[in-house]
Design a protein around this ligand. Structure first.
Ligand code: NCD
Length: 311
């Protein structure tokens, strides 16, 4: 099995064996970073970011630099030829001859997939609109594996904006492919998980899904609490955003009822939904999660570039 030359647009593009090979390599890198510090020597990553980002772009850059490769790209579509009307198909054709692998973030759902059809190099989806965010999912699953011991058999709650949150969409679909996970969906009525995703979960009769608007009602039964930001930029109406933005604020008091070994995860950026007081609670792992994101991306790129093959 080899991931060499593949694109990653949707986590469903990879089998569980392929996903596990990424985690296996990421764990090797965590154990011995030095050993991998030159593995991408001579390789170039292109970062094409048509939408704001801190972690995703910089963690991709850090990942490539930590493997001895180089990086080029843009972080603002207004300074690229997109502003002159260039199509993403033409951009990627050109970038294919400038670099060896590319990550694309775009406000339009499906844009990275379209680019991959015209690309001569592996394309990674760095987040497309409210659709998917597969490398955040790799980050999240690596975090769960490292800190919970297993990606299976957990009761996972998603809290906040489940309608527009692409990190949720990617993660929940992927977790449902692993055995014996159960899901609790906590959101205001207007921001519930889209039906088409619920349908996928419910089509497997063994997956238990509970929906509620009340975090405090369910917090004592949860193994992993995945908090999310209300996605301001995807709202059509400012008044709706203002009304919903503080729907859930996790604080020390609410955590009293939670399990002692519950993980509190968040893809970041956090706005208001986790009180700063929670940061020093042992259960709060969102900053470690961001750190694991670099290792997950290192492993992914090494495998797509074919500079490393798992035994
Ligand atoms: C997420 C994203 O961009 O979807 N951030 C990230 O990549 N870490 C989550 C968010 O913006 O709320």
């Amino acid at each position: 099995m080899s991931l060499k030359g593949k694109h990653l647009i949707d986590p469903g593009d990879f089998s569980l064996t392929e996903l596990n090979s990424i985690f296996q390599l990421a764990e090797k890198i965590i154990e011995n970073r030095e050993e991998f510090s030159e593995i991408c020597k001579g390789k170039i990553l292109a970062t094409l970011f048509y939408e704001p980002s801190t972690r995703t772009r910089l963690s991709f850059e850090a990942a490539m630099l930590r493997m001895g490769g180089k990086v080029l790209g843009f972080s603002d579509a207004n300074v690229s030829s997109t502003a002159k009307g260039e199509s993403i198909a033409d951009t990627i054709r050109v970038i294919s001859s400038y670099s060896d692998i590319a990550v694309i973030r775009h406000p339009k759902e499906g844009a990275p997939k379209l680019a991959s059809k015209y690309s001569a190099i592996p394309v990674i989806n760095g987040g497309d609109g409210g659709h998917q965010h597969p490398t955040q999912t790799l980050t999240d699953l690596l975090t769960i594996k490292k800190l919970k011991g297993s990606i299976s058999g957990n009761r996972v709650a998603f809290c906040g904006d489940l309608k527009f949150g692409r990190t949720v969409h990617s993660l929940i679909k992927t977790l449902s492919r692993y055995p014996e996970n159960k899901f609790v969906l906590i959101s205001p009525n207007e921001l519930r998980l889209p039906e088409h995703i619920k349908h996928i979960l419910k089509s497997d009769a063994n997956v238990e899904v509970v929906e509620t608007e009340d975090l405090e009602l369910v917090i004592d039964s949860i193994d992993i609490l995945y908090m999310t930001r209300i996605q301001k930029e995807r709202f059509f109406n400012e008044a709706d955003y203002v009304r919903l933005k503080d729907s859930y604020i996790l604080d020390k008091n609410k955590l009293k009822a939670a399990k002692k070994d519950m993980l509190i995860m968040h893809p970041l950026p956090r706005v208001n939904e986790i009180d700063y007081d929670v940061d020093d609670d042992d259960r709060a792992v969102y900053f470690r999660q961001a750190e694991y994101g670099v290792y997950a991306r290192m492993a992914l790129m090494a495998l797509l570039l074919g500079v490393y093959e798992n035994a």
